[in-house]
Design a protein around this ligand. Sequence first.
Ligand SMILES: [Zn+2]
Ligand SMILES: [Zn+2]
Length: 181
Amino acid sequence: MRDLTLDISPLLCGKTGDQTFSLEWTGIPEIFYGIKPVEPVSVSGTIRNRQKYFELNMTVEFEFTSECARCLKPIKKHAEYSCVKSIVTQAENNDGEYIVVDNNAVTLNEAAEELLFLELPSRLLCSEDCAGLCHICGKNLNEGPCPCRKETDPRWDGLKRFLDNNHIITEGGAENGSTKA
Ligand SMILES: [Zn+2]
Ligand SMILES: [Zn+2]
């Protein structure tokens, strides 16, 4: 994994003004279930001297691929997330709130991972009104209705889901009249 490490010696030596940076992030850990960032991910921003600490403004920008939670269609999206963090030269009880300077440098991996973890959606849809897949025949209902759907009595949905989950074929189940009074 490539470290997002940045030498900030000029700021530590008292140089005023912002230090800007632009890094490429690769080898991103697969902690984001179902979401795959297209590498390299751009990590850029500024670090400003605030006298007692340094203020990091960081933006992580990338494309990612995933799939619709309802119809499984592949999705490609653009993401751009920003955060502000404090950089300190030493911290006694650091619980991840601060980034601590080490050898005149800071490593931004943890802050970047935290940002993605907080901001990336846990559930994506191809569109807000995605109709999803038929529980019975698996047809993508965005492409039109399927034959089993119009016979469906909502009272049987729970049973159908149970049968689907257990891979029990319910072919023609609604057509033999047993679900109609
Ligand atoms: Zn969908
Ligand atoms: Zn169907």
